[in-house]
Each structure stands twice: as C-alpha cells, then as structure tokens.
Design a protein around this ligand. Structure first.
Ligand SMILES: [Zn+2]
Length: 366
C-alpha cells in the first residue's frame, strides 16, 4: 500500500509501524556518529530545540538511520534520516540547520500526539484522518520552533531563517507528498498557522512572565490583541492541542481530494480604492447539503513575504454562515474596507485561500 519513497523525498516521514523496531535490531538506526558532519548538525539542532519541547517528548533516544526515512516513537525517541539532513544542509547551508529543527519539531509533535491521544495514526485509519494528524504535526512543530527561534533572537521579526527554510522545503519537496502527508500548499498553510501561533505563544509567555521592558510590553500587548482573534486562540494551557487539531481539519478537509466543492470569486476595487467589492460563489457538487462557517478578510501584506503570518495586518473581517444545498450553489456579496497606506499590499482572502487564517468550518464532511 505505502508508496516506495526515494531518498530525495523530503517529506517529514513517520513510519507508523513502530513496535517492531524497538527490540529486534533489524533496522540500522544508531547513535549519531561524532565524526559525521551531518550527524553533528542534527545533534546540535536537537539540543537547540529541546528547551522548546516538553521534556517528556524529548526523553528518548535520538538516533540516525541510513534508510532515508525519519521516525518518531511513542517513548519520545526520534530517529532522523542522515540523507535527509544531508540534503537540507547541502541545499542551503544557511537554512539547512533550521530545516533539521523543523523536521525534529514535526516528529516531536507526533510523539506528543501519541502521548495525548494514545496512538499514532495507523494503517486502519482513513487517509484524511492521517493527513489531519500530519497537518497538526506541522502546525505544532513549526509553532514550537517559531517560539524557540524568537527566544534566540529578539530581532527575529526582521531576520527570519524559518521563511527561507520553509520555502526551500517546499521547493525541494515539490510533488513528493503524495500519500502520507498533506499537499505542499496544505503544509505551507499549516506552517503559517504554526508560525503565527508560535509568535503568539512567544509574546504571551513573555507577557505572562513580565520579562519585557515597558516598550516591549506595549508591543506584546498589540501583537497579542491582533493575532489572538485571528487565530481564535487564548493561550490557555492545553489549548494548542484542540486548536491545532481544529485548524488541521479545516486545512485538510477543505483541500482533500474528492471534496465536492468549488469556489469562484469576483473581486473589484471601489473607484476611490477604499473598499473591496466582492461576490463569492461556493458550489456543492455532492449529494449532501453542507453548512459553512467562513470569514472574508481584508488583509495588508508586507511586500515579498506573503507566507509570513506575522508580517500582515487584518483590516476588516466579515463572517458568513450559509448552507449550500446538494448539487447547488450559494453566493455571498459584500464590500469591505481596503487599506493600501504605507505601501502595504491589500488583498481580499477567503477560504480556501491558504493564507486565510480564518478557515471555514466544515465538520459535516467528516
Ligand atoms: Zn509526519
């Protein structure tokens, strides 16, 4: 069933048949080789990541394998593919180490899932259930990494290694995410959610711990006030798990193959350029009515960084709750404020645009 995967395959692979590997010695994972450059980089990145990940998740053995696949185990162990590390580091030495940390953080998120939900995804699960857990691992992993990177560098907002790292991951991995992980664009969306969440988490922790200068305290209050409603998160303990699972469902279910949905839009700018005027038609090609809960957002993006959830501003949002009958369509019409001041790029976004931080709720397709 599982597709053969090449060594060049850059997906963050987790093999779910975990139990056999622990005892029988039939695999060739082993401790990192201190003489191997890539093993040293992997080990170093693991140590750098460790403070941002729970001690429980990071208690296990860290190993290296030559099989070309990366594994997570329920006991907290992660075994990393040396070939994968080598590929990342060689492709771009400046972002390679960050990519290694992103892989590790994704794997630790799988460990966390096993602890929280009592199981790894299994072969008996439906494909989209597996994809949801993978998207959740991308959200949580990139969120933890983001918070960790921001802790490393207070000027991180203007000097972000994770952006080029993410671009490289998707560029190198293009078209190779066919079975076990979501599509490239879904993963990009998941990482954007994670980055925005990680940013929020970093500032919330600083806020709660009052470790900020008065100036930073004001900045943190602004970021928390702006990002929290966009992400629909309060920062409460444990919320990240329910929230990330919800976001992962939205990402995967909207995009999943065979979902009988399309969206067509007509967006114009008012003559004085102060408003977007839009009509969006959601069509249901299936035999079952589907309720939608979605938001249309007017957002400004800083030029050149459309994937960075932090470097954007939400100007206005309108929420719609509609039911699209079977084999039918529903159109929403509206206008919404548009701000192009200070050279920012205003855009209207709505599901299923991957940049839409408010996705649609679509639980009925489960
Ligand atoms: Zn995974």
């Amino acid at each position: 069933m599982r597709r053969a995967l090449t060594v060049a395959f850059l997906a963050l692979i987790v093999l779910w048949s975990v139990s056999a590997l622990a005892d029988d010695g039939s695999t060739n994972e082993h401790a990192p080789d201190p003489n191997n450059r890539y093993d040293r980089i992997a080990e170093q990145q693991r140590e750098l990541l460790a403070p941002g990940v729970s001690a429980v998740m990071n208690r296990g053995i860290f190993g290296i394998t030559d099989t070309g696949q990366t594994f997570a185990y329920a006991d907290g162990s992660v075994v990393l593919s040396r070939a994968q590390v080598q590929l990342y580091v060689d492709a771009d030495p400046s972002v390679g180490p960050v990519l290694v940390r992103l892989v590790l953080a994704h794997e630790y998120a799988h460990v966390g899932q096993a602890i929280r939900y009592g199981t790894f995804p299994s072969a008996s699960w439906s494909r989209d259930d597996v994809l949801v857990r993978e998207a959740q691992a991308d959200i949580l992993g990139s969120g933890w990494l983001m918070a960790e990177l921001m802790s490393d560098n207070q000027d991180f907002v203007n000097n972000s290694p994770i952006l080029p790292a993410m671009e490289l991951m998707f560029q190198l991995g293009d078209g190779e995410f066919a079975y076990a992980h979501p599509t490239n664009e879904q993963r990009r969306q998941a990482v954007r959610f994670g980055m925005a969440y990680g940013t929020l988490r970093f500032w919330m922790i600083g806020f709660q711990n009052a470790q900020l200068t008065p100036e930073l305290h004001r900045g943190a209050a602004g970021i928390i006030a702006s990002l929290s409603p966009r992400l629909d998160i309060t920062g409460a303990d444990g919320e990240e798990w329910d929230w990330s699972l919800r976001q992962a469902r939205k990402i995967v279910h909207w995009r999943i193959e065979g979902l009988p949905f399309t969206a067509e839009s007509n967006v114009q700018t008012s003559p004085d350029k102060s408003n977007f005027i839009y009509s969006i038609t959601y069509s249901n090609h299936g035999a079952k009515a589907i309720p939608l809960d979605l938001s249309v957002q007017s957002v400004r993006y800083a030029a050149g960084v459309p994937h960075d959830g932090r470097i954007s501003e939400l100007d206005a949002s309108k929420r719609y709750r509609i039911v699209v009958p079977a084999n039918s369509s529903q159109t929403i019409f509206g206008s919404i404020a548009r701000d192009s001041s200070l050279g920012w790029e205003p855009e209207l976004i709505f599901p299923p645009d991957p940049r839409s931080l408010y996705c649609l709720d679509e639980e009925q397709t489960k």
